[in-house]
Design a protein around this ligand. Structure first.
Ligand SMILES: [Zn+2]
Length: 350
């Protein structure tokens, strides 16, 4: 149960499936125990008023691919082997369904906004299946159709490497997000297919040319699930003002990434970062995109968070800081949940 006085949060991005599936991560059962490691599990989520969110399936590059001699001239590791990517993704998707099966009704993999609302009302955690990178999907898009039937409702085109569809941004602090080519022909087909099926296309991690291709081709609101403003923190993983304007023009959403190196002006990965840096980023995003176009995309279990937040149980501290800064009940509700639900309904059509 949510015992704090703030609106329940629906968050746009977390990596708990990756943490639980990694060696020593504890597997699906660990999601139900209050842990000390990582950021997100059911007991801590309830303490923090984290109602539910988008759960990412992410496939790491094999150790071998990260060696300097394997990298492209722009610094990115090579595309994944297709069989490896599919096998790894299936195991991570299965993790989410195992959590649902073992949850005794406490977590539900959801496919519509009505299901999200019903779950939140009932105190059940709604989980949206998301893939962070389309590496496991073939260029003919057969896997996309099968995965959609299985519950996939959100897809990031890339992580920080190329695939059949597009290329990720090279995350070099202070550098431009224009680090490589735009969408391939298969990438353009992927955009159309996702529009048709009602799957969110997430542009976080996409390079700038890819971003503009999606902005031009997609009929859906633009979604950057876990990215911040480059003007405040010049990481190429964040969005330039022109990109934020395009998100606003599409009635899309930017989810605040809680990672300290995407928030701090110096980009240093130091957890001794005041909460104020998060409030400042939200303030900038709201000014640029509007109060209707900003949400949370915590990236819990995928990044380093401010010591002041600690983990998901610290969410009320952020809500309290925003409240102190003058965001009223209505504004907090939009940031915490309603903006995400609006964009999901527009994209999914239900
Ligand atoms: Zn990410």
């Amino acid at each position: 149960m949510n015992h704090n006085q703030f609106p329940v949060v629906f968050d746009g991005h977390n990596d708990v499936l990756d943490r639980l599936g990694a060696p020593g991560g504890g597997g699906p059962g660990a999601f139900f125990e209050r842990g000390e490691k990582g950021h997100l599990d059911l007991p801590r989520a309830r303490e923090g008023g984290f109602g539910g969110g988008v759960f990412a399936v992410w496939v790491p590059s094999p150790e071998e691919d990260l060696k300097p001699e394997k990298r492209a001239p722009n610094g990115l590791p090579p595309a994944l082997d297709a069989a490896y990517a599919l096998r790894y993704a299936m195991s991570s998707i299965a993790m989410l369904f195992k959590i649902e099966a073992r949850s005794d009704g406490k977590l539900r993999v959801v496919r519509t906004v009505d299901e999200i609302r019903r779950s939140l009302d009932e105190g059940v955690m709604p989980a949206v299946l998301h893939m962070e990178g389309a590496d496991a999907i073939d260029a003919d898009l057969d896997a996309l159709h099968v995965l959609h039937r299985a519950g996939l409702r959100s897809l990031g085109l890339v992580w920080g490497r190329p695939n059949d569809f597009a290329e990720g941004v090279r995350p070099r602090f202070g550098g431009s997000p224009d680090t490589g080519p735009g969408l391939t022909e298969a990438g353009r087909n992927l955009v159309h297919a996702c529009n048709e099926l009602g799957i969110v296309l997430d542009v976080s991690h996409l390079n700038e040319r890819g971003f503009w291709d999606v902005a031009e081709l997609s009929k859906a609101p633009l979604v950057a699930s876990h990215s911040n403003a480059y003007a405040v923190c010049p990481s190429p993983r964040n969005l330039m003002d022109s990109q934020l304007d395009a998100v606003a023009a599409s009635d899309g959403i930017v989810g605040l990434n809680f990672g300290v190196h995407f928030l701090r002006e110096d980009g240093v990965e130091d957890e001794d970062m005041p909460l104020e840096a998060m409030v400042r980023q939200i303030g900038y995003l709201v000014e640029r995109v509007g109060i209707e176009g900003v949400g949370f995309g915590s990236d819990f279990d995928g990044i380093t968070v401010s010591r002041e937040i600690g983990d998901v149980s610290g969410l009320p501290k952020l809500m309290s800081a925003l409240s102190d800064r003058g965001y009223d009940e209505n504004a907090l509700r939009k940031l915490a949940r309603e903006n995400w639900l609006r964009v999901l309904r527009e994209t999914w059509g239900e």
